[in-house]
Every structure is written in C-alpha cells, then in structure tokens.
Design a protein around this ligand. Structure first.
Ligand SMILES: Nc1nc2c(ncn2[C@@H]2O[C@H](COP(=O)(O)OP(=O)(O)OP(=O)(O)O)[C@@H](O)[C@H]2O)c(=O)[nH]1
Ligand SMILES: [Mg+2]
Length: 232
C-alpha cells in the first residue's frame, strides 16, 4: 500500500508533463520516438544508421539520455544533427520533465522528427510516458529469446521492435522465428524489423515506417490510407 502511495504522485506528475510535451509536439507537427532497450542492444548504433538513411531534407533532432556520460551524444553529433544530452545522474530512465527541459535547447520549429534515446534499461523507462508518438524497443539477438516474456511491459507498449545484431545469429542459440512469436504473444500489434547495425542491413522498411509517420504527423497528405511499411 505504501508503495502505491509513493509511486502514484510521481507517475501523475510525469503524466502531466508528458501531456504538455505531447500537445507541443502536436502543435508543431513533430513526430517523436522514444527508443528503449537494455544497455548495449544497439540503440545508438541504430540511431546512427537511421540518420545516415534518412533523406537530407528531413530535419532530425536527437535527445540522448545517459546516466553519466556524453559518449552517445558525441557519436550522434558527428552526423551533423542537433543533439541535447540529458544526464540523469543515477536515474535509470528519462522522465517527461527532463525531456521538457531539453526541448528548450533544440530548434524545434525546424524539426520534422525527434529521436529520443532513453537510458539503457529494459524495465524502468517503460513506466514513464515522455509525450512521444511511438515507443520503439531494440532487442538484440544476443540477449536471449526469453526477454519479451520476462520483461513484457516495454514490448507491450511499443509500436515497433527492432531486432538487432542479426549478423550474430549463427553464433547464438536465438531462434528468430520463436523470438518474433513471443513478441507477438506479448503484443499482437507490434511491427518487427530485424536489422544489423553492424552490417547496415534491414534498415529500409524501418526508415520507410518512420518517414510515413513523419509525413502523417506533419499533415502533408498521406493519412491512414497510406500503405504500411512491411515489417514481419
Ligand atoms: N555484431 C554487432 N554488434 C553491434 C550491432 N549493433 C551494435 N553493436 C555493438 O554493440 C555495442 C553496443 O552498441 P550501442 O549502439 O552503443 O548500444 P546502446 O544500446 O546504445 O548502449 P547504451 O546506450 O549503453 O545502452 C557496440 O560495441 C556496438 O558496436 C550489430 O548489429 N551487430
Ligand atoms: Mg547508447
């Protein structure tokens, strides 16, 4: 009971800030992705590959969540996009207030897409709405195919799962078909894109998915009759 009384105000406060972020993103027609995974699954590597595949006229901003360092922000900044670093100073997740503060340092009106890399953690970030349009979870094949069933919330709330490090499949006991089946058990609506950030393979359908949503959010024609990107 005590646990509930402590947690509820924190999450309520977060929901209020998330609603403010969401209404700002709506006003700007800005599509926002909250990228989540356990540490080392490949969030930053996927971000870098995604930036290199997006057309130059699509303006992207990035928020990097990290407990202490600026390492990921430096990797992303090398791609010439505006990046803001949030250091959570020990917290295992981003929250909506942190994102709201970071937005002040981005040229929001110029952006079409905002990619937020959450802190590497498969559990806590799932509890915190940031005001994003879509949650995208990265799961690498080296983590073990049991993760969707063991940590269901992050997969249940995601629109997309990027199954990364497919180049390592021959060296693991991961059965990709079984993994996708379990992802669907947890979330039947999930769109799954297997990728390898190392080999730069599998990115076309994911980038197409992103571009479609950016266009829809900006109200540039398209809309719900648009053909969906092919995921699994
Ligand atoms: N073999 C292989 N290695 C990869 C792939 N993607 C990323 N890696 C490696 O995995 C390690 C972690 O990648 P990151 O992109 O830093 O992972 P991250 O999820 O951003 O990590 P945190 O921000 O610390 O949570 C690095 O050594 C990458 O080179 C891949 O597709 N295949
Ligand atoms: Mg990273």
């Amino acid at each position: 009971m005590v646990k509930v009384r402590i947690a509820a105000p924190v999450l309520q406060e977060n929901s209020a800030a998330a609603a403010e972020n969401r209404s700002l993103f709506q006003e700007l027609g800005l599509f926002v992705v909250n990228l989540m995974s356990s540490p080392g699954s490949g969030k930053t590597s996927i971000l870098e590959r995604t930036l290199s595949h997006l057309p130059a006229d699509l303006k992207v901003g990035v928020i990097e969540g990290d407990i202490y360092t600026t390492k990921d922000a430096e990797r992303v900044a090398a791609h010439g996009v505006p990046v803001v670093q949030i250091n959570t100073a020990g917290a295992c997740h981003l929250d909506a207030r942190m994102v709201k503060a970071a937005l002040e340092d981005l040229p929001l009106k110029e952006l079409d897409l905002l990619l937020v890399e959450n802190v590497g953690n498969l559990i806590c970030p799932a509890e915190f709405d940031l005001g994003e349009d879509a949650r995208v979870v990265v799961l690498s094949v080296t983590e073990g195919a049991d993760k969707p069933l063991k940590y269901p919330l992050v997969f249940r709330l995601a629109a997309v799962a990027l199954v990364n490090k497919t180049d390592l499949l021959p060296y693991t006991d991961c059965d990709l078909d079984a993994l996708c089946r379990d992802l669907r058990v947890v979330n039947p609506e999930l769109t799954i894109f297997p990728v390898s950030a190392r080999l730069d393979t599998g990115f076309a359908p994911w980038v197409k998915w992103l571009r479609e949503r950016v266009r829809i959010k900006k109200g540039r024609g398209g809309g719900s009759h648009e053909q969906e990107s092919a995921g699994i």
